[in-house]
Design a protein around this ligand. Structure first.
Ligand code: IMP
Length: 325
């Protein structure tokens, strides 16, 4: 596991509210329990449970949303989630989240996303480049490691880009509102649109106008529809496959089909990107050099431009050189 923590990695499929630390989720549940909003003893086992069916996962998301959908909590979880990815050497993260409205706390889709951006700005433990053009002290676009004056070890740096998700429960108008919000927030690191949510709910035709509009506006689109972003633990835990050795990863990898290892919901499925790399390497007998090549190949599928890709390729090349691969 350790060796996978230290190698650079690219995460392209992570849902914000699915990536919350267990400890934070329990703390939030306890606080809402004390306020009488929920009954803690009724939800504790749902949070602590280790494997759940797809149906149970979506029930858990409803609970998570009750716990997290207020501005200050969103700011906190965004900060923590990015810090967690950075701490395991994820150097580029595409973080997706569904902008939500909640009239009772005056939350609009825009204010939801502003709280997320506030979380990105609040990170001090690592340098964050979220492609924001009004950055003052944060996120220099220079990816050379920055040395602290008193500390010669280089500070960690992570690129973060945002994808706005449309939930399959939404209407055409609501989906369109999300795409318009993405347009408004392009200068704040929003690079694409995602369609996600419970796969047995909703119909394609509902979302088509918004997705077509997003494409016309130049957005990249990612759909939960047999995508080859591979999330091994998520697939095992939700029983999409019976065990890892029968996972389609093996066939796709053998055929050199483009694929990227991702976490999906690192909090909900108690995983990390390093664990996913470790699992793939041990389950499919892939050596370190090949795994690093696989990690590097993810750069070609990011939704950012050539400049960022070039910087990321350089990081992978220098790691390979250091490891004499
Ligand atoms: P959020 O968008 O930040 O609230 O992250 C949680 C949401 O992501 C869930 O409510 C779902 O809509 C979506 N999501 C998370 N995991 C999955 C998945 O495996 N399939 C489809 N949608 C998912």
């Amino acid at each position: 596991m350790e060796s996978w923590v230290s190698v650079p990695k690219v995460e392209l499929h992570a849902h914000l509210n699915g990536s919350i630390r267990d400890s934070t989720l329990l703390e939030l549940a306890r606080t809402l329990g004390e306020k009488g909003t929920i009954v803690f003893s009724e939800v504790e086992h749902v949070i602590r449970k280790n494997d759940r069916s797809l149906k149970e996962v979506f029930k858990l998301f409803d609970l998570i949303h009750i716990l997290t959908t207020d501005h200050s909590t969103l700011t906190r979880i965004t900060k923590e989630v990015v810090e967690d990815f950075a701490s395991e050497n994820v150097i580029y993260l595409e973080l997706r989240t569904t902008p939500k409205k909640n009239d009772s706390i005056e939350m609009t889709k825009r204010s939801y996303m502003d709280a997320v951006i506030k979380g990105l700005r609040a990170i001090t433990a690592v340098d964050v480049d979220f492609g924001c053009h009004d950055m003052e002290s944060k996120g220099s676009t220079n990816l050379q490691p920055i040395n602290d004056v008193n500390n010669l070890s280089p500070r960690k740096k992570i690129y973060v880009r945002l994808l706005l998700s449309i939930d399959r429960r939404e209407s055409t108008a609501s989906a369109m509102e999300t795409v318009k919000l993405a347009l408004e927030m392009q200068e704040l690191g929003v690079v694409g649109i995602d369609l996600s949510g419970n796969p047995v709910i909703g119909e394609w035709v509902t979302f088509l106008p918004a997705l077509v509009f997003a494409r016309e506006q130049g957005f990249r689109i990612t759909l939960h529809c047999g995508e080859v972003e591979i999330c091994l633990t998520s697939n095992i835990m939700t029983e999409t496959i019976s065990s890892v050795d029968v996972h389609h990863f093996a066939d796709l990898y053998k055929e050199k089909h483009p694929l990227v290892l991702c976490t999906d919901d690192s909090g909900v499925f108690s995983t990390s990107l390093s664990k996913e790399y470790s699992l793939a390497a041990s389950s499919f007998g892939i050596g370190k050099e090949e795994m690093l090549r696989l990690a590097k190949s993810a750069v070609e599928f990011i939704f950012s431009g050539e400049e960022v890709k070039r910087e990321l390729r350089e990081i992978f090349d220098s790691t390979m050189k250091e490891l004499r691969l």
